[in-house]
Write a protein that binds this ligand. Structure first.
Ligand SMILES: [Zn+2]
Length: 439
């Protein structure tokens, strides 16, 4: 099958455009009441339907039976302006990134004066409008201020703040949004059914998540994955692997280690993550998502699984929240969120991930040692740190300055208990990594 899905499923009318009802609603009504403005500014992130909407608007305006929000699809203009159609001489698309110079704008101004060849309106769609040079903007301004009756403008941009107020104030501004996960997943399900692509619903959620709200990106991904899918279709396992996501069993193992406070198995899982070639930051992001699902699950949000927000087994989610108090799970999520930020461009990501695991274990500790009691026991234990000759990283405070306030690291628990200082102290010999990590 030919799989340029994002081209095949380009919307041809506002009713087919998904996730932008706050824009398509008012535009459809203005078409119905014949009160369409002469200039528009469509802004928003890439891939969410700005240019498609501009084309639909042109099609709606120029339909022989229009202007109408439901173009007939049969007249010459509608046929010319179908998505992937031949196009119309009266609907002119300009990419300001390559044609944003003043000469182009002057040419545009001159040609705009002529009436449309065989349509009701002459419509200019100016993509990447923020790339117009200042001279070009000035050349266009007059036209946008006092346009002839046959002229319409649609400026599309990802950076509306760069559009000068002189132009902006003459347009009707419609901000487009990223499409929500649910809407995107439902759309992918519909397309998959039409294309006879077998799928697991959760796999489509993964694709929607990866597309970050962009319809075009989601369909491109669907095309790519479907062209190489196994005969079972788009399974969670296949899609996770293709997108480089953490397989859910690794998240489940992490949860199980945390709920039992089993450090050895947690570090084994971290090792498995690295061995599987999963990017540590990716793992942290996926773990954060799973913790978030656990928190929601714990508050009784039953839609977690029905909305397929998580591919983690519900029993695993509830097991974690049953064993650990909500405050601990929330603290873990916070720690992981910080870890995700720290892992961005980290020099030693593995080490960072292991540190994060150590922090989570500390949070998971079922009976955290009391800080105030047993001051007598403290001095005996703390002597190890200051006298130790092979002091660890330069980050650990110098022994001399540390001496007066030794009671703080006091840890009157079993020697096996794990804290950051212990982890750092044992770091170098095992890993031979530079513990200096970047931002
Ligand atoms: Zn028509």
């Amino acid at each position: 099958m030919n799989l340029a899905l994002y081209r095949r499923y380009r919307p041809a009318s506002f009713s087919e455009l998904i996730g932008q009802e706050h824009v398509t609603g008012p535009l459809s009504r203005s078409l119905e009441t014949q009160t369409v403005h002469h200039a528009f500014l469509f802004s928003g992130p890439r891939g969410c339907g700005k240019t498609s909407s501009a084309r639909i608007l042109a099609r709606s305006l120029n339909c022989a039976k229009g202007p109408t929000p439901n173009p007939c699809g049969e007249c010459q203009s509608c046929v010319d302006l179908t998505p992937n159609g031949a196009g119309s001489v009266d609907v002119i698309e300009i990419d300001a990134a390559t044609h944003g110079k003043v000469d182009n704008a002057r040419e545009l101004r001159e040609s705009a004066a002529f009436v449309p060849v065989n349509s009701r309106f002459k419509i200019y769609i100016i993509d990447e409008a923020h790339e117009l040079s200042t001279d070009a903007q000035n050349a266009l301004l007059k036209l946008v201020e006092e346009p002839p009756a046959h002229l319409k403008f649609v400026f599309a941009t990802t950076q509306p703040e760069k559009i000068p107020s002189t132009i902006k104030s003459r347009t009707h501004h419609y901000p487009f949004r990223l499409v929500s996960l649910d809407v995107l997943s439902a759309h992918l399900a519909e397309v998959s059914k039409k294309e006879s692509i077998p799928y697991e619903p959760a796999a489509l959620t993964l694709i929607s998540t990866a597309a970050e709200g962009s319809v075009r990106d989601s369909l491109s991904l669907l095309s790519q994955l479907a062209s190489g899918m196994p005969k079972e279709g788009l399974t969670v396992e296949f899609v996770s692997a293709q997108l480089g996501l953490t397989p859910s069993h690794l998240i489940e193992e992490t949860f199980s280690s945390l709920s039992t406070g089993d450090g050895a198995s947690l570090f084994k899982t971290v090792d498995a993550v690295i061995s599987a070639g999963i990017e540590p930051r990716r793992f942290a992001i996926d773990l954060l998502g799973a913790l978030r699902d656990a928190i929601l699950f714990n508050t009784g949000v039953k839609s977690v699984d029905s909305n397929q927000l998580s591919t983690i087994d519900a029993a695993v989610l509830s097991n974690l929240t049953n064993k650990l108090p909500a405050s601990v799970v929330t603290a873990m999520a916070n720690a992981v969120a910080t870890g995700v930020a720290e892992l961005r461009g980290a020099v030693a990501p593995r080490l960072q991930l292991e540190l994060l695991a150590a922090k989570l274990l500390m949070l998971a500790e079922p009976n955290p040692p009391a800080k105030s009691n047993a001051p007598a026991a403290a001095p005996a234990k703390t002597t190890t740190a200051p006298t130790q000759p092979k002091t660890d990283s330069p980050k650990t405070a110098a022994p001399t300055t540390d001496a007066p306030k030794t009671p703080t690291p006091a840890k009157p628990t079993k020697p096996a208990a794990l804290d950051l200082a212990t982890v750092r102290a044992h770091w170098r010999p095992r890993n031979q990594q530079n513990p200096q990590h970047s931002i």
